[in-house]
Design a protein around this ligand. Sequence first.
Ligand code: COA
Length: 347
Amino acid sequence: MLSSPTGYTECLREWEDFEKNYQQIQDSHRLYKQKLEEVTKLQASCSSAIARQRKKLKELTASLKGCKDNHPMAKFNPEYVDAIAEMEDSIKDRADAFSEMEAFLPKKNGLYLALVLGNVNVILLNKQSKFAYKDEYEKFKLVFTVLLFVFSFTCRFVFSSRVLDAMFNFLLVWYYCTLTIRESVLISNGSRIKGWWVFHHYVSTFQSGVMLTWPDGALYQMFRNQFLTYCLYQSFIQFLQYYYQSGCLYRLRALGEKHNMDITVEGFQSWMWRGLTFLLPFLFFGHFLQLYNSITLFQMVQLPECKEWQVVMCGCSYMVLFMGNVLTTLGVVYQKYMNNQDKAKTL
Ligand code: COA
């Protein structure tokens, strides 16, 4: 209110302070925009320098191969053989270094993200934001794990309703779709999630979609309880997985050196091994439940009353999930075991 002169003087002083502050904000924002432009230019020059070096490395690799195949000196002289092997190792290291650099540079989205999000930049520019995004992804999975557990428990033991089942399956379709998008963003940001786990979620989306369209009937009712029990077990596994994966994430963050494990991360490795060996029996039991579901569905296909295409589709998708999960989990364990052996040798 400007009713009294003191009030007016105070307002004037406040306005002047406000103006001064506003000037400072304008200056900071101008500086911010200038730095942003500089960052954009630096990003473009780094990206093109990396692309050029990659091309040259590719050419050099081809020339080295040619040298090894055609030049007798390169084949028999140990000095040449060692020099070439050293160069090849460095080329491999360089390619890894470029990939790590690219995780902090904007790049074009892959086909899936381009289709879903359009060509928006999804690269997070610092490690903290990447960790925060990954952390949020794990928490998102945890919240939905609890929700899906409650939902499947209700469908399995409280209400037997096709409408409720449809809502449950619709939620699953949405959940798996969201996971595939989030995982594609994580991969663009340098996460090493294996392609199979993302594909696993595409297959799960498809499978939940098929379950959603499966009409109520004798065959649906025959499989319903087995399916819901499997969903309950899967939620339980996901809860264990959350504990393991977020434990890895927090320990890696504490070490502050993701992807570059050396002797100082010994404590982390022993925690990881303990976690993994605890998790593995539960995981394999889950994989075998997928095989069991698949076999049950294939047996149902043989029945004369089986008319629904959903039975064979679900059977096939469970079989694909079972095979992919078992092979990938075994691959991950073998890879971790070999890494552990290599680390032990360097000690
Ligand atoms: N879904 C999403 N991300 C996964 C993943 C999965 N199933 N498995 C691994 N990752 C991520 C990790 O978080 C890590 O991410 P980061 O690079 O951003 O840190 C990256 O992939 C590399 O992980 P990796 O070191 O290969 O494996 P891990 O030790 O984190 O996990 C397993 C190994 C086997 C425990 C894990 O892959 C797993 O739980 N698989 C089973 C999933 C499954 O079968 N679900 C269905 C149950 S019936």
